[in-house]
Design a protein around this ligand. Structure first.
Ligand code: FES
Length: 574
């Protein structure tokens, strides 16, 4: 039992005969008196919002969590948190991830709850909830909203995000009409739920399962499949037990959990965004995790899951082929089976949840027939990225993994928009496109523009990929030979800031290097001459963000939010 003094944390509000009057009276509203006499109070953090279409259904999930909580003897109380719709929020949802995490943290800390069920879905909602809850460190379970059903157009399965990039390139190349493009728009989003590719939302739902902070099968059950509601019901039951056991987030999320999750990230072909999110969550718990851990741990994992953007299939196919437990079963020899989980049983038990139905061996490959023998996240080093940069080999063109080319530089996304299709732009497919000003501080918020499109005149030759380098992120549904998260970013005075048109750049992924071919003296001279631009934002949240955000290699959290919590309880009202 999670005790504060001689009772549950919530009893610090409800358990005092005299001072508890206001707390109890205002909350009763039909609840019986014994709701507040020492039963675990379970918060259910909902991210339902019509402006977060991927999470628009999570209130139904909340209802099923409630059933499980009541059944187990707890009292469920739903509360809203900030919700971030990836496709809607400007300038980028990542700018607001930390704001949402602060909201989640203080909503949990400030309210009478003993445990919390976190309802996420769209990309940033999962990491923000995990970050915020980790900083309070109560018992917690993540329940994801689940992916949408496969879209379909003229017999072709449509993958959200990934096919938008494909078709956009076709329209720009003149091989698809705008009418057809518009028709596809209505076919892609077929049901409730988050993106049906192995994008960031799916990857973070799978990461929650691989971390042991969600129940088995959380990663892949489609939003429209009633087994998602059963999972919610079971989570409601289990969170009450966790409160009785005093099983808090920091007891579940250890270094072993993160190592397991990183290995799984490689096997599922998960998003590069998971790198910044896992670093940030670990930072909240005081778990040592570095960018280089991703390179080391993912090199040992093969790519087993054949989903877009790394492969062919979609999330529904993944679930009906066995889902994440099947992957864990295949990886059991390289995972730490003793890692803790919210079930109270060791992580090895998650592989026991393998579905009885026949697995499709093309969707989830066995170890002896992986999609790729080496997978995951390549972490690059060199004079262009002294604190690292990342590239997702699964999503890149093999022939470009070792490449030397002339830099064509864009100082900002606006500069890129203005010139990329200029017929006079001196560029061909052998060049390296460089985009600055899209890092955490620079944009601000590190938007998903790292897979910025190729020049029209290159596309017209039938070329669909070039080496691109930026301090931006990339959507988990995107692909290309793109170097992302270059740190320090240009706006922080990293070497990226002083790359010039015509410089030669060499990328050597097998040897994990990214080199700007100028002498050390010349690079030092340019950096000395570099002048930090005047800040565009001088007030409000943007100002706080720019002043305190950490670089990508540290997870882009705010510097003052990193570290283990020391304040699980809040003061009484005065
Ligand atoms: Fe919400 Fe992809 S846009 S999950």
């Amino acid at each position: 039992m999670l005790l504060i003094g001689d009772g549950l944390r919530s009893q610090d509000w409800f358990g005092r005969p005299l001072e508890g009057f206001a707390y109890r009276s205002w909350m009763k509203r039909g609840l019986p008196d014994d709701a507040f006499d020492g039963r675990p109070i379970i918060g259910i953090a909902t991210t339902q919002s019509d402006l977060t279409p991927c999470n628009s259904h999570v209130d139904e999930i909340a209802e099923h969590v409630k059933r499980g909580v009541w059944e187990a003897g707890g009292v469920p109380l739903v509360f809203p948190t900030t919700s971030l719709g990836e496709t809607q929020i400007r300038p980028t949802a990542m700018l607001l991830r930390n704001l949402m995490a602060m909201d989640v943290e203080e909503s949990i800390r400030g309210n009478p709850m003993d445990g919390v069920v976190l309802l996420g879905g769209c990309d940033k909602t999962t990491p923000a909830q995990l970050m915020g809850a980790a900083s309070v460190d109560l018992p917690a379970i993540m329940v994801s909203g689940g992916p949408m059903l496969n879209g379909r157009y003229k017999g072709r399965e449509l993958g959200s995000g990934t096919d938008v990039w494909n078709f956009t390139a076709e329209v720009r190349a003149g091989t698809m009409s705008l009418e057809e493009f518009g028709e596809i728009e209505s076919c892609m989003t077929r049901s409730r739920g988050s993106c049906n590719t192995m994008g960031t939302a799916s990857a973070m739902a799978c990461m929650s399962e691989a971390l042991g902070i969600a129940l088995p099968h959380n990663g892949a059950i489609p939003a429209a499949d009633s087994r998602r509601l059963r999972l919610a019901h079971l989570a409601g039951r289990r969170i009450v037990e966790m409160v009785h056991e005093g099983l808090t987030m920091s007891q579940v999320l250890t270094r072993s959990s993160f190592e397991n999750a990183i290995r799984v990230l490689a096997a599922i072909g998960g998003s590069t965004n998971a790198v910044v999110h896992l670093l940030a969550i670990a930072g909240r718990l005081g778990v040592e995790l570095t960018l280089d851990d991703f390179d080391r741990l993912t090199r040992e994992s093969p790519l087993l899951v054949n989903l877009r953007p790394s492969g062919e299939h979609l999330m529904g196919d993944f679930f009906y082929s066995g889902g994440l437990p099947t992957v864990l079963h295949h990886l059991r020899d390289i995972l730490d089976g003793d890692a803790a989980t919210v079930t109270g049983r060791p992580f090895s038990s998650y592989a026991d949840a393998v579905a009885a139905e026949t697995a499709d061996h093309d969707v989830i490959r066995p170890l002896d027939n992986p999609l790729k023998a080496e997978s995951g996240i390549a972490v690059l080093h060199g004079n262009l990225c002294p604190r690292g940069a990342v590239l997702k080999p699964n999503a890149a063109t093999p022939e470009l993994m070792t490449h030397r080319g002339r830099a064509v530089v864009f100082e900002s996304i606006e500069d890129y928009d203005a010139r990329i299709d200029d017929p006079d732009l001196d560029v061909d497919e052998h060049c390296v496109l460089v985009l600055k000003g899209c890092g955490p501080m620079g944009y601000p918020g590190m938007p998903e523009v790292g897979n910025f499109g190729l020049p029209k005149k290159v596309l017209a030759k039938g070329i669909r990929d070039m080496v691109r380098i930026s301090d931006a992120r990339m959507s988990g549904t995107a692909y290309g030979t793109v170097v992302l998260h270059t740190a320090p970013e240009a706006a922080a005075g990293g070497p990226l800031a002083v790359v010039r048109d015509g410089d030669m750049i060499s990328l050597d992924v097998p040897n994990r290097s990214l080199t700007l071919e100028v002498s050390d003296e010349e690079l030092a001279r340019r950096l000395k001459l570099w002048v930090r631009p005047d800040p565009e934002y001088t007030r409000g949240y943007y100002r706080l963000y720019i002043d305190t955000v950490l670089q990508a290699d540290q997870g882009c959290d705010f510097d003052f939010l990193v570290g283990k919590t020391t304040r699980p309880v809040t003061r009484d009202i005065h």
